[in-house]
Design a protein around this ligand. Structure first.
Ligand SMILES: Nc1ncnc2c1ncn2[C@@H]1O[C@H](COP(=O)(O)OP(=O)(O)OP(=O)(O)O)[C@@H](O)[C@H]1O
Ligand SMILES: [Mg+2]
Length: 278
């Protein structure tokens, strides 16, 4: 398996006002992601998730340690654009990511700036809109769409650049349940059908339980990692990280306390129901 993100002991402190002691936002993060993997990063507020994410497409650069993205050394200035063309980023607020008043222009913005010839642009835009299930919205105004639709347009804008990796920093945090479901369906599709490597930063345990692998960050470092089942069954470590397991796992622990041991620790409601019915 190829590691498409390979961070080794990276440290980062934001610039401080002169005279104040710099505080490390990343205290030595070691984290690897393989090609085609869907990974989730969990952690309480201020644990360093966004700071780490910004290293992946070189919005920030590690002060210590090493980071390679698709084999390119992020410390090398010459690799910045190469890395950014391979690793796209989607943020929390879709309104901040939309740049145009017409959907198709918005999606075309990135590839156009990459110098994609005009006659090819339409194809790139159509393909990206289809991937997020927003074909037919080409002429619409983004600000008239629902939150979930806006976020899918923002995702299409990233996809139109043909990245291998997409980093999502709390993409559903501002959305209603329907919008969240739409965005999660899109993320799942991009991973399974289009083979994109996904890094999903989230506060929703239910979203993380769909990942192949979960990383937990506490206070600037990775304090646990494994499959969702492994991570969510480390109850004490989760608590130390200031997190609660998904509902299905909480119910499992409550039942266990009352004397009913389901055997396997469920991480989704479906798994919980299946176990209860057995
Ligand atoms: N621009 C900045 N300047 C100075 N300090 C910052 C800046 N951005 C973040 N920090 C600090 O770095 C640490 C890590 O912040 P970061 O935003 O990476 O956390 P996070 O895990 O993404 O949190 P959240 O869940 O709230 O999004 C925190 O102590 C935060 O206060
Ligand atoms: Mg953040």
């Amino acid at each position: 398996m190829t590691k498409v993100i390979d961070a080794n002991n990276i440290k980062y402190a934001y610039p401080t006002i002169e005279g104040t002691e710099p505080k490390l936002a990343l205290k030595g993060v070691t984290l690897a992601v393989e090609q085609g993997q869907f990974v989730a990063i969990l952690g309480h507020n201020g644990s360093g998730k966004s700071t780490f994410a910004k290293h992946i497409n070189v919005l920030l650069r590690a002060q210590e340690g090493t980071l390679t993205v698709v084999g390119l050394d992020a410390a090398d200035e010459a690799n910045v654009w190469g890395i950014r063309s391979h690793a796209g980023m989607v943020f929390q607020n879709p309104d901040n990511q939309l740049v145009s008043t017409v959907v198709e222009e918005d999606v075309a913005f990135g590839p156009e700036n990459l110098g994609v010839p005009h006659e090819e642009l339409r194809g790139w835009v159509t393909e990206a809109l289809e991937a997020v299930g927003m074909q037919g919205f080409e002429k619409r105004a983004p600000h008239m769409l629902s939150g979930g639709q806006k976020q899918r347009i923002a995702i299409a804008g990233v996809l139109a650049m043909h990245p291998d990796i997409i980093v999502f920093d709390e993409p559903t945090a501002m959305l209603d349940p329907q919008g969240r479901a739409e965005v999660m369906d899109t993320i799942r599709y991009l991973n399974r059908e289009e083979g994109k490597t996904i890094v999903l930063i989230t506060h929703y345990m239910e979203e993380a339980s769909e990942a192949d692998r979960v990383f937990v960050m506490t206070d600037g470092a990775v304090t646990d990692e494994g499959t969702p089942r492994e991570v969510f069954s480390h109850k004490d470590r989760l608590e130390e990280a200031g997190l609660l397991p998904p509902l299905a796992t909480q119910v499992y622990y409550d039942l266990k306390e009352k004397g009913l041991d389901l055997g396997i620790c469920p991480v989704t409601l479906k798994e919980l129901v299946d176990e209860l019915c057995r």
